[in-house]
Design a protein around this ligand. Structure first.
Ligand code: SAM
Length: 223
């Protein structure tokens, strides 16, 4: 397991504690449309941390080509509609460049500066000149516990939130969908805009703007 991360619940779990069967039944929440609006039609996309293909499939349906990458063999096995690679993001080095490198699900908030730099270097390595890197980041207000976020598909309870030195937070996320419950303990690091800008720059990327007012969707380009 990754340091500070763990999970419980039915089915296979990934090294970061994500539950395969949870992501299999989690619907898309408009992320595909947000991404689609930020890129050209028919773009080539490298999706890092694809999980079960929750976002991969809608992006394919919108006419993009997606290479989906995840370190969990149980996750990539669920993505049957396109090319996949089972690899950790930090170690991925392909001799290919993409219009868009997509790394969502708050992977950028890993609470380890060296690992974050490895993730960003992989993004920078695989984006074509003039291409786009899209990151989904966590902002501090997201982990305020205890809280309950409920919609028609699922119930998510945020509990046992710990504020740790260095803008780090630990929390337990408990998801209930269709009578099944999964729990994930996460350790994350919130990034100020200054930290984000300097880490992007260290990887050869420049922060250009945010796709959303809450600044959770970050757009960067090769420097
Ligand atoms: C929370 S799931 C989300 C999956 C997908 N992005 C979605 O939104 O449905 C995070 C995924 O990222 C993968 N992951 C996390 N860290 C990774 C790393 N360093 N290298 C490769 N995959 C990673 C996990 O295995 C997991 O499948």
């Amino acid at each position: 397991m990754r340091v500070g991360q763990s999970g419980t619940g039915p089915g296979a779990l990934t090294p970061d504690g994500s539950a395969v069967e949870l992501y299999e039944v989690t619907p898309v929440h408009g992320e595909d449309q947000l991404i689609n609006a930020a890129i050209e039609p028919g773009s080539s996309i490298l999706e890092l941390g694809c999980g079960t293909g929750r976002i991969t499939r809608p992006l394919l349906a919108l006419g993009h080509q997606v290479l989906a990458v995840d370190e969990s063999p149980d996750m990539v096995a669920r993505v049957t509609e396109t090319e996949t690679i089972c690899s950790s993001i930090g170690e991925l080095r392909l001799d290919r460049r993409f219009d868009l490198v997509l790394m969502m699900s708050y992977l950028i908030n890993v609470a380890d500066d060296e690992e974050r730099l490895r993730l960003l270097r992989t993004c920078a390595h695989h984006v074509r000149p003039g291409g786009t890197v899209l990151l989904q980041q966590q902002v501090p207000s997201m982990l305020r516990g205890p809280s309950v976020l409920e919609n028609e598909h699922r119930r998510m309870v945020v509990s046992d939130v710990e504020e740790l030195p260095g803008n780090r937070q630990a929390a337990t996320l408990t998801y209930t969908i269709g009578g099944r419950t999964w729990s994930q303990r996460i350790l994350t690091q919130n990034l100020s805009e200054e930290q984000l800008t300097s880490q992007l720059a260290a990887a050869g990327l420049t922060l250009t703007d945010y796709l959303t007012l809450d600044q959770t969707w970050v757009r960067a380009r090769p420097s």
